[in-house]
Design a protein around this ligand. Structure first.
Ligand code: MN
Length: 260
């Protein structure tokens, strides 16, 4: 199998190196990853400047862009005519759970693979005392081997988070709900101008069972199946009154001069 590896922490990050070593025991590994950290870049695509591709070593390429750029460069460039069977992203330095998956470059690389009809798995490691990329990579390998032993659906999109402690098991989870006590920190630069940092302390909704966050607090690896169809299917029904009002708006057919 041909496995494409990318990440958002940069091509020289420990998590990617460890993952690539583990994946090399399973298949033919290609690495196309950002040349520097691109965490929280989300699903961003670079269209306002050219991209540069630098060969780091055999089958390893650095791109001066985002994880999404890397998947595109790999599929349409480096691996043109030899599509990867699987895209694996990570192992990210830090968890990507709950609502944070939309900010995550690690998960967005998997999103991008999914848009290209390639099965994809994003791996992230909780960073607390006792964490180990080696332990995570060893179990990532078991997960990927299990996936490859089945008929992989092309729209398979999994978000995997490893707890920092010893892995006591694995749970199939849903995304948790996170409430940031978000704030803006304001400072003044040497020239007297204001600058700002977006900051926040994460708080998790503990009332919901079966979430990724809950699994990690129990020492379990969480595996969340994701889908890029963001339609609110419940909302299609539940927002019926709003739907009625909007569908019955008397729309303007043309802009009339108001005689001003
Ligand atoms: Mn990252």
């Amino acid at each position: 199998v041909r496995i494409l590896i990318t990440n958002d922490d940069g091509i020289f990050s420990e998590g990617l190196k460890t993952l690539a070593e583990a994946m090399a025991e399973i298949g033919d590994v290609f690495v196309v990853a950002p040349d520097r950290e691109q965490s929280a870049s989300g699903h961003s695509l670079t269209l306002n400047r050219p991209l540069r591709l630098q060969k780091v070593r055999e089958q390893w390429y650095a791109v001066d862009g985002t994880p999404t750029d890397c998947v595109n460069m790999a599929v349409h460039g480096v691996l043109k005519g030899a599509r990867p069977d699987l895209v694996v992203s990570g192992i990210n330095f830090g968890v990507n759970m709950g609502d944070d998956v939309t900010y995550s470059g690690t998960v967005s690389a998997a999103f991008e693979a999914s848009l290209h009809n390639i099965p994809a798995v994003a791996f992230s490691q909780e960073i607390e005392e006792g964490f180990s990329f080696e332990r995570a990579a060893a179990n990532a390998k078991l997960v990927i081997e299990a996936l490859l032993s089945t008929d992989l659906p092309r729209d398979l999109l999994l978000n995997v988070n490893f707890p920092a402690c010893e892995h006591l098991g694995l749970r199939w989870t849903k995304l948790g709900k996170r409430y940031y006590e978000q704030s803006i920190i304001e400072k003044t630069d040497p020239k007297g101008r204001k600058y700002y940092w977006i900051s926040g302390i994460p708080r998790w909704d503990q009332s919901v069972e079966g979430t990724d966050h809950m699994a990690l607090t129990q020492g379990l690896i969480s595996v969340t199946p994701l889908h890029l169809d963001l339609t609110d299917y419940r909302g299609l029904d539940e927002q019926a009154p709003l739907r009625y009002r909007l569908e019955h708006l008397e729309l303007r057919e043309r802009l009339e001069k108001t005689g001003v």
